[in-house]
Design a protein around this ligand. Structure first.
Ligand code: FAD
Length: 414
């Protein structure tokens, strides 16, 4: 991170996150990757005990009254342990609790946020369905109004914490005939009768997060568990996409960092043709590119975090967050690719953890909204912004600064 722009308080909390990173036993990392640990409760309890969750939330609910920049720093550090550590760290505390903090009632914060931030309970986020994740507003899980409660039926898949979570933030259709953006509601659903974890997926990487399918069959959910308004999931979803995508970006940087460190050290020790391989530009330029991409990613994450902290307009935040998620995840995949390439064959083996990082980070461009969806959001927001701003956008009309600028009969548009 760029320490010169950080406050002392931020540096202190980063140090606390690093202490947690040191605390994690090596065996826990190996056991998660081997699927011997299904969900890392021990790790999450420890994170809660150290008060590292949700540092941007008010103290009243268990946070530290800090900001998004600090949250990203913590997520980045936790990410160095492995992508799934930061994912399970973030899903409950930074995503589900974010929705409840911003849209929920005080009773919900007392009952669901406080224990989670202490590390006593765990939560999962249920958006994606077997029928698709990208077309989120096409959700088919239903919640039928039964007076004092709703009856939820449907299925969600790829849910981190399907195994392990005590409660779920579930989006379900409450108006079968309404417009897509006005017919979903967000609910807190306790793991209770009718909630079943169907099976856990065999994953390429990111193992140990309890990713599975969750089935809801006639699940009774009290009205007090509606988060936000009935048929009002849209604003909940919109704010939740900030932690979802900005948090993912920060933790992706963390997850890629060890790969660069390991490759840098290796290339200064390993010899070929009588020289250490970092003396070959073919190798050192791979490392240099990785270092550059990590710094650029960091610059983007923390600029976007600042934008969110400063209360920039929602559509600007939406574009910046999506740009950040796309740029950082693609850059960090390249970082790990370069690290492996620079190490040759040994980088492909489990003698070094680069192969695990490589497997883990493959997911980065797919989840939390695929990068194709990020491009769609960026394009939509960019053109909308362009159309909205009617006053001159630049200091002068640069289109006129060419020799034949006034050849109007050449400026044909249709
Ligand atoms: C290990 C893992 C953990 C996950 N954890 C969670 C979780 O905890 N909670 C949760 O809710 N979800 C979770 N997800 C789901 C993840 O967010 C989705 O997989 C992702 O959003 C894509 O949805 P999909 O898999 O249904 O693909 P689809 O929506 O079927 O998309 C398939 C392909 O089509 C492309 N595509 C679709 N629509 C468009 C379009 N309009 N323009 C261009 N391209 C398009 C997509 O980019 C993708 O390449 C997880 C996924 C995995 C694999």
């Amino acid at each position: 991170m760029f320490d010169f722009v950080m406050t002392e308080e931020q540096i202190d909390i980063r140090q606390e996150a690093r202490e947690l990173v040191k605390w994690v036993p090596r065996q826990m990392i190996l056991d998660m990757d081997a699927d011997n640990i299904k969900f890392p409760k021990e790790f999450l309890r420890e994170a809660g005990r150290r008060n590292l969750f949700g540092c941007r939330y008010p103290r009243q609910w268990g946070g530290r009254d800090m900001d998004w920049v600090t949250t990203c720093m913590v997520m980045e550090e936790i990410g160095t342990l492995g992508y799934i550590f930061s994912c399970t760290f973030g899903v409950g505390a930074e995503l589900v609790c974010d929705a409840v903090i911003l849209h929920g009632t005080d009773e919900q914060k007392e009952k669901y946020v406080k224990p989670l931030l202490r590390g006593d309970t765990f939560a999962a986020e249920c958006l994606t369905e077997p029928r698709g994740g990208s077309d989120f507003f096409g959700t088919t899980t239903t919640a039928e109004d039964k007076g004092d409660h709703f009856l939820i039926n449907g299925q969600k898949r790829f849910i981190v914490g399907a195994e392990g979570a005590d409660y779920f933030l579930v989006y379900a259709r409450t108006d079968p005939n309404g417009e897509p953006h006005k017919s979903l509601t967000a609910f807190i659903v306790d793991r209770a009768e009718g909630v079943e974890t169907k099976y856990l997926y065999g994953l390429l990487g990111c193992r140990g997060g309890g990713a599975g399918r969750v089935v809801f069959r006639d699940v009774k959910v009290p009205k007090q568990n509606v988060v936000g308004e009935i048929n009002g999931a849209y604003p909940v979803f919109n704010t939740m996409m900030i932690p979802e995508r900005l948090g993912t970006s920060a933790m992706t940087i963390g997850a890629a960092r060890p790969a660069l460190e390991i490759a840098t050290r290796y290339t200064t020790r390993r010899k070929a043709f009588g020289k250490t391989i970092n003396e070959f530009q073919g190798v050192s330029f791979q490392v240099a590119e990785a270092a550059m991409l990590l710094d650029a990613s960091r610059a983007m994450v923390y600029a976007t975090a600042r934008a969110v902290d400063s209360g920039a307009e929602p559509h600007v935040i939406r574009r910046m967050v999506s740009e950040t998620k796309k740029f950082v995840t693609e850059s960090c995949q390249k970082v790990v690719h370069n690290a492996m390439q620079a190490m040759g064959g040994i980088g492909y083996t489990n003698v070094y953890p680069i192969e695990r990082i490589f497997r883990d980070l493959r997911l980065a461009t797919i989840w939390t909204g695929s990068n194709e969806i990020m491009s769609a959001v960026i394009a939509a927001e960019w053109y909308r912004e362009f159309a909205r701003v009617t006053e001159p956008r630049l200091a002068r009309d640069f289109e006129a600064d060419s020799a034949e600028a006034f050849a109007e009969d050449e400026k044909i548009y249709e």
